[in-house]
Design a protein around this ligand. Structure first.
Ligand code: SMG
Ligand code: MG
Length: 382
């Protein structure tokens, strides 16, 4: 396809209730929505004009990962869009499959790169009338929905919050933990909701290997997994901790590519991988990690970055691949937003339906996108 123009919409979506993790509290979601206008081949091969949408999942501050919203925007404007347009000028066309290749000289910045690749892929698929799910290899039409529960002010508040989500139908609960909010909340939730609740924890890198004795106490609560207890760079230390615990070790922040996934599997730092397309540079790399993990007998599930309906649609499609054997962090839009950018995703008996329309199968509602946009940047291809 030939890109005609790219728009970057900075959007701000208020979050319905503050979401606290070991690294901070989110009250508003600022994201960059990428709009690619292109001429692409339709199913009969004739050129047709289409719009594709991408979402950059970098958070406002570099606390979860090195990337952050403003930095990602600068990165796209200064380096990635020029590199993509330069590739197009040299080759005449771009395809979703070559976006990663065209940006490879620029080190890192996976979330910014992922957003561009997602928008190009969406445009390409919309033109040929194929859905994300079909393209990625989905084998089911709905995915079980899990929810991530932030750190609360007290145990009673935590129990109330979890009860609400269980009533909504969420099939799995993930508790955010940090030093001082670790064993007690997990014990309380397990005791209150009983042995059948699918339960897991996520520390967002807040512990060190010196906390191994404390963390081992989590083995008593029959957790599905413990997610990223140690630092992003601590692959070896995660392997040591994994050997000391019976709870399966899951990595999130540490897995930035298919290569790191292979290394983590090889040295036994990960029995489970949380796949976030933004964190690994896009949906194509995410699928490669799924393939590697599946071939290695490692379970994967799809993480969440408080996506708008655009990212939620793509994540639902990815989660429909056969190796996604654990419920993901793909909740209903209402978990975070009163008004989503797209038609809201809703829980259907504890499941999220995988969109079936062309591309993402959903698009921003123009009026809502306009209202929530705080900044707009436009660049036309040369
Ligand atoms: O989209 O529901 C969601 C967020 C799920 O907990 C979630 N994400 O480490 O897995 C994680 C966090 C990262 C973002 S926290 C602001
Ligand atoms: Mg995580």
């Amino acid at each position: 396809m030939r890109i005609i123009e790219v728009k970057l919409h900075n959007v701000r979506l208020p979050i319905v209730r503050p979401f606290t993790t070991s690294f901070g509290t989110q009250t508003v979601r600022s994201a960059i929505i990428v709009e690619v206008r292109a001429e692409a081949a339709n199913s009969t091969g004739s050129p047709t004009e289409v719009i594709g949408w991408g979402e950059c999942v970098a958070l406002a501050d570099p606390l979860y990962s090195p990337e952050y919203t403003e930095g990602a925007r600068q990165m796209m404007i200064r380096y990635l869009l020029p590199a993509l347009f330069n590739y197009q000028a040299r080759h005449g066309v771009v395809t979703a499959e070559t976006v990663g290749h065209s940006l490879r000289a620029i080190v890192g910045h996976q979330m910014a790169k992922s957003a561009l690749e997602m928008a190009v892929l969406d445009a390409q698929l919309r033109a040929r009338g194929e859905s994300f799910g079909q393209y990625l290899g989905a084998t089911v039409d709905r995915v079980p929905s899990g929810v991530s529960v932030g750190i609360q002010n007290s145990i009673p508040e935590l129990l109330d919050t979890v009860a609400e989500y269980v009533e909504d139908g969420y099939q799995r609960i993930k508790l955010k933990i940090q030093p001082g909010w670790d064993i007690e909340p997990v014990a309380a939730v397990r005791e209150h909701f009983g042995p059948n609740l699918l339960l897991q924890v996520d520390a967002n890198a807040a512990f060190t290997l010196a906390d191994a004795v404390l963390l081992r106490k989590l083995d008593a609560f029959d957790l599905l997994l413990i997610e990223q207890p140690l630092g992003e760079a601590d692959l070896r230390q995660h392997a040591e901790l994994a050997a000391l615990m019976s709870t399966p070790m899951c990595l999130d922040e540490s897995i930035s590519s298919a290569e790191t996934a292979m290394d983590a599997i090889a040295i036994k730092s990960a029995a489970v991988i949380n796949i976030k397309p933004g964190r690994v540079g896009g949906y194509l790399e995410a699928r490669r990690i799924h393939d590697i993990a599946r071939a290695s007998g490692v379970a994967v599930w799809c993480g969440g970055m408080l996506e708008t309906g655009l990212g939620r649609a793509a994540n639902a499609a990815l989660s429909a691949l056969p190796g996604f054997t654990l419920p993901g962090d793909i909740s209903a839009s209402s978990r975070y937003y009163e008004t989503d950018l797209t038609e809201p995703f809703v829980l259907d008996n504890g499941y999220i339906n995988v969109p079936t329309g062309p591309g993402l199968g959903v698009e921003p509602i123009p009026e809502i996108l306009r209202q929530l946009t705080t900044d707009l940047y436009t660049l036309a291809a040369a």
